[in-house]
Ligand binder design. Sequence first.
Ligand SMILES: NC(=O)c1ccc[n+]([C@@H]2O[C@H](COP(=O)([O-])OP(=O)(O)OC[C@H]3O[C@@H](n4cnc5c(N)ncnc54)[C@H](OP(=O)(O)O)[C@@H]3O)[C@@H](O)[C@H]2O)c1
Length: 261
Amino acid sequence: MKKDFAGTVSFITGASSGIGEAVARELVARGGKVALVARRLERLETLVRELGKDNAIALVGDVTKDGDLESAAEATVKKFGKLDITIANAGFGISGKLAKTSINDYRKQFETNFFGVLRTIYSTLPQLIEHKGRLVIIGSVAGHIGVPGTSAYSASKFAVRGLAESITAELQPKGVSVVLISPGFVTSEIRHLDNEGILHSDSKDYVPPWLAVPAHVAARELVNAIKKRKRERILTGHGKALWALDRYLPQLTPLLAKFLP
Ligand SMILES: NC(=O)c1ccc[n+]([C@@H]2O[C@H](COP(=O)([O-])OP(=O)(O)OC[C@H]3O[C@@H](n4cnc5c(N)ncnc54)[C@H](OP(=O)(O)O)[C@@H]3O)[C@@H](O)[C@H]2O)c1
């Protein structure tokens, strides 16, 4: 495999599972070094053993806690000498119709999916500026289309997209590229978590297996977008189709939404 990420150091939140874990594997396979951040340290340590201690470091960090990411960023620079790619990926989904959710649910959702992204940015931005690096923000197709039954999640992803769009022009003169990634359905643990973020591994994914794209396939496309410093990349064919439908035939989206789980 081409070592096109040789010499780079990536800081990945939410690297203990799903998309973050797959992106870490892809980056190391392409010659990069990775700092893996999440709350489940044992999972990160298992991944470090797989990727090699010279290529990866496991750092416990909760994106909802002030200070955790600053410590993780410091430890990354101490180990690898710099940090030039930040991947703000940690996130989860609260589901439920407006009438069944509370302000507290929306706060919880934003604390991880929006303020967690902001904490990740603030803690690593000085390094990104110093090295003219790349800031990768993981949004969602749900950040383009308001999906009924998941308004807290959709709102948090719309917010992240607004943030990405706004800061793109601000950071460009400093040499930092912002890359917004908006995935459709990807195989991961996200649809096996309840609204408290507790994992139910044996629960059924409401997305059929033929529709969800394997995480390693999404990771390859995502890393290619980072390489090209793309402004936005929508991942998955169905994600692109839904996005186009909503943009050009928006009257059809509410009809389609009736069929969504
Ligand atoms: N999979 C999809 O279909 C899909 C579609 C669109 C967008 N996305 C987005 O992709 C990103 C990754 O999700 P995924 O699908 O890979 O889900 P996942 O398998 O559940 O992974 C989520 C990751 O986020 C971490 N995380 C959650 N809360 C955290 C916190 N407070 N502090 C630190 N880390 C935290 C989890 O680690 P710990 O529990 O160990 O902390 C885990 O590593 C999310 O932003 C999600 O919204 C996913």
